[in-house]
Design a protein around this ligand. Structure first.
Ligand code: 4UV
Length: 538
């Protein structure tokens, strides 16, 4: 008999499209301010968001955007971001956010996966994406999110909305009908990028069912009280599932988000005080900042009720230091998730018995812990690989059935590559990672991506990349390289070779170490657990 930890009974997820759902939620409380730009103070109300996204969606439909089409978005956090996201979803098409810091190869990789018809770009990403798109045979249109006026022949969201013949009087706006999707449970609404347990980044397809199940779990279990009074400080990037799903949550429950483009210590502290922020979703390095940085003592953080930390392990001493510094009234909650599981599967409650827990299962999710060698399911208090099944399981990886079947088995269990266990009361714990994924500052780094790049260097015979623990960033990538005979490249030159080709979060901060050979099993697979040992022996 399989030993399974069953989550609370799932909600009966309604058979509606996510677009219909968002639209209904936005129609409520039109005057509410949903988003404030932390730096400029610019605001966006529900009404602004609804009106602009409905007009834009009609214009996108006029450009033949509909179900089974994809729109990509490459932009820093901004007030216009979710106008573009909601507009796309209203058309029945799929939205695919990418990291705006991506360089050419990273962008091409994502384009090959999601094959968008349109890309929303920002002032910073326009030039590179324009050049890439011009070199391609497919016809991809760009739309600028930031500028007011057209540059380089690229139309702006501002022009499209303001010059639209679809300009709506309020009555029309409140009678708009987002596209119905015939089978919303089977249709992707968003494609996010994750390398999963192995290999290169892949396109994670999430459906209306996934996103609605998350919404119901969060509104009923996790944040059941005073949802619309919450003021969130969002410093998480919108392109990552954590930031994306939180913004969708804030928009659809009528809460408010103070949005930062990136983490800036002074602006972060000022915003908490100025806007009386109640809730801050963050990653462990920001907890280190809260525990240690002198700036924190200069501001009033009395309004803060919840800190939700996720995306990487939260060291106990850091957690305790933050609690001590900010006071007992702040709830520190540990959220665990994975993009492939609609981003989050559990969040710890206020004051759990054991502060190391990541909480109990959300409704609609089951968990089992398996022995990594035998795949046999283990019981309570036994550590093994965490596997989940239920409403949160992704549809699959876009265009990659092989990677999908390696991750979701025939019985529907998604294998996370994380090591953990559950206790007698159903609380879950993550204790390590089996998979090759590196987490820098909560961002994913796929070792295979850097290894493949290193192998394109003329002097490199073989390469392996792994994550080294780091106090401030969680982990940093380190490369081991076997040089070709008579090669002259230095570790510094190889580091530069990589850092010139990847976005900053993937820089080889742990450096390159030259080794004689990479430990591999007889079939040529890198023995990743041996890599740490190899470096410590040198
Ligand atoms: O796919 P991904 O980048 O996804 C995430 C999602 C994190 C969260 C956390 C809380 C939320 O409320 C939320 O909405 C999203 O990180 O990376 C998945 C891998 O990151 C590690 C683990 O190895 C996952 O497989 N990870 C994520 N959360 C934790 C964690 C955690 N709390 N403790 C330890 N490792």
């Amino acid at each position: 008999m399989e030993k399974i930890l069953r989550g609370p009974k799932g909600f009966k997820v309604p058979n509606v499209s996510y677009g219909e759902f968002i639209y209904e939620r936005l129609r409520n409380a039109p005057e509410r301010v949903v988003q404030i730009d932390a730096k400029s103070g610019e605001t966006l109300t529900n009404h602004d968001l609804l009106k602009q996204s409905v007009i834009l969606s009609k214009e996108l439909m006029n450009k033949n955007i509909k179900i089974n089409k994809t729109i990509m978005i490459s932009s820093e956090n901004s007030n216009n971001y979710f106008i573009a996201v909601c507009a796309t979803i209203f058309t029945g098409a799929c939205i695919s956010p990418i990291n705006p810091a991506y360089l050419e190869e990273e962008i091409r990789h994502c384009l090959n996966i999601s094959k968008p018809q349109i890309i929303f770009v920002s002032r910073n990403t326009e030039k590179l994406i324009h050049r890439i798109v011009k070199s391609m045979t497919s016809n991809i249109e760009l739309i600028q999110l930031d500028n007011d006026t057209e540059l380089n022949g690229i139309d702006t969201i501002h022009n499209i909305i303001n010059n639209s013949k679809e300009f709506l009087i309020d009555n029309d706006l409140y009678n708009f009908k987002p596209e119905k999707i015939p089978r919303p449970f089977e249709q992707e609404v968003v494609i996010l990028y994750s390398s999963g347990t192995t290999g290169l980044p892949k396109g994670v397809m999430l459906s209306s069912r996934n996103l609605l199940a998350l919404w119901y779990a969060k509104t009923n279990i996790v944040f059941a009280k005073h949802l619309e009074d919450a003021i969130y400080l969002i410093l998480l990037p919108f392109f990552h599932g954590y930031g994306f799903s939180l913004m969708m949550f804030i928009i659809t429950v009528g809460a408010q988000a103070i949005v930062m483009k990136s983490f800036q210590p002074e602006l972060f502290c000022e915003s908490i005080e100025k806007y009386r922020v109640t809730t801050i979703p963050l990653v462990p390095p920001i907890m280190v900042f809260l525990a240690k940085h002198p700036l924190v003592s200069k501001y009033n953080f009395d309004s803060v009720k919840d800190l939700i930390c996720g995306a990487a392990p939260l060291p106990i001493d850091v957690r305790k230091a933050v609690q001590e510094r900010l006071g007992k009234n702040i709830n520190i909650r540990n959220g665990y998730g994975m993009t492939e599981l609609t981003v989050v599967t559990s969040v710890s409650p206020n004051n759990p018995k054991n502060i190391e827990t990541i909480g109990c299962l959300f409704p609609g999710i089951d968990c089992k812990v398996i022995d990594p060698e035998t795949s046999k399911s283990l019981g309570k208090h036994k550590t093994g690989e965490l596997c989940f099944r239920g409403d949160f399981t992704m549809l699959g990886y876009k265009g990659d059935p092989e990677a999908t079947s390696q991750t979701i088995d025939n019985n529907g269990w998604l294998h996370t590559g994380d090591l953990g266990y559950y206790d007698h009361d159903g609380y879950l714990y993550v204790v390590g990672r089996l998979k090759e994924l590196i987490k820098f500052n909560g961002f994913q780094i796929a070792p295979a991506e850097i290894e493949n790049l290193l192998l394109t260097h003329v002097d490199v015979n073989d390469a392996a990349v792994f994550g080294q623990d780091h106090e401030a960033y969680g982990q940093i990538p380190v490369a081991l390289v076997v040089l070709k005979p008579n090669a002259t490249s230095t570790p510094e030159q190889l580091c530069k070779f990589i850092n010139d080709r990847v976005s900053p979060q993937k820089y080889l901060r742990g450096g390159v170490t030259i080794v004689k050979s990479i430990p591999k099993n007889p079939s040529g697979k890198i023995l990743r657990r041996e890599l740490h040992k190899l470096v410590s022996k040198l």
